[in-house]
Design a protein around this ligand. Structure first.
Ligand SMILES: [Zn+2]
Ligand SMILES: [Zn+2]
Length: 285
């Protein structure tokens, strides 16, 4: 190797180290910011001593802010009722739901805690549309508990992003709040910067299924591959219906060389409902 080559190699190595230091610094700042944000949240939204569903008094402050009576009414998806791939509630002996049967997924596996109905649907609506970010505390706990039950092993948590404009309008990204709760509970880092949504996908009703998929795939992008490369990613969202959003995010993450993409959501729309009415909550970000 010539001296010139040696110099070039050393310079490249140094700039790589510098870039990595910069990233660590940015990461530390983001961590510090999240810490401050959480403190502000706990002041603005103190732990409930009332059930977030019925409003009854709870005996004490607890991590799941739902009373025993309301907990019994929630419809959790048991492992033996879930589509082996996307976690949709399936009836009968079927191992895979119709969507997963018809074509392969970009994510590796997905699970949801609840069926998307009744009280859970109302809680998610409260979190998304009624400015009740504190609901993410309890729902995030359910996600963390399910993660532990499943025995998955991941390296990094990534929430499904929303566009900057949408986040500004809502004041927060509910998937990010949920992901932060999971991160705190299972002690795995969260990255909210590298996977981004660059265009809105609300107006999709007129599009065919294929056009919708294409539109979604163009909406998500990884802007820095470094934190993703070789990592097992846990993608977090509030609701899964067809799974197209999770697929689009997983595709972007895998393009950035994520080794695996696991998905966790609070609720899964019932498959027969999704097929009949063509609703797609995945697009109501
Ligand atoms: Zn209650
Ligand atoms: Zn499925």
């Amino acid at each position: 190797m010539s001296n010139n080559e040696k110099v070039i190699k050393t310079v490249a190595k140094t700039s790589k180290i510098e870039a990595s230091k910069k990233r660590t610094f940015v990461g530390a700042c983001a961590g510090m910011f999240m810490g401050l944000y959480k403190k502000a949240c706990s002041v603005l939204f103190p732990a409930n001593i009332k059930c977030i569903i019925c409003g009854d008094d709870l005996k004490d402050v607890q991590s799941i802010e739902i009373c025993d009576k309301c907990k019994c009414k929630l419809n959790q998806i048991a492992e033996n009722q879930a589509c082996a791939c996307c976690g949709a509630p399936v009836v009968g002996e079927a191992k895979l739901c119709l969507n997963c049967k018809s074509e392969p997924r970009d994510f590796d596996i997905s699970r949801s805690v609840f069926v998307y109905e009744d009280e859970i649907a109302k809680l998610i609506a409260g979190l998304k549309f009624n400015n009740k970010p504190y609901i993410s505390r309890t729902l995030g706990r359910y996600l963390a508990n399910l993660y532990k039950e499943l025995g998955w092993e991941v390296d990094l948590i990534v929430p499904v992003p929303m566009t900057e404009a949408r986040k500004k309008w809502r004041g927060y990204n509910q998937a990010e709040l949920l992901a932060q709760e999971v991160s705190d509970a299972i002690n795995i880092d969260i990255n909210t910067e590298t996977l981004v949504k660059i265009k809105e996908t609300d107006e999709q009703k007129e599009l065919s299924l294929n056009e919708r998929r294409k539109n979604l795939r163009q909406a998500f992008k990884v802007i820095d591959k470094y934190p993703i490369k070789g990592k097992r990613i846990l993608l977090i969202d509030d609701v899964m219906t067809t799974g197209s959003t999770a697929d689009a995010c997983a595709m972007a993450l895998k393009k950035a060389h994520a080794s695996r993409v696991f998905v966790l959501t609070i609720a899964h729309g019932q498959m027969q409902l999704a097929l009949q009415s063509g609703i797609n909550n995945d697009n109501s970000k």
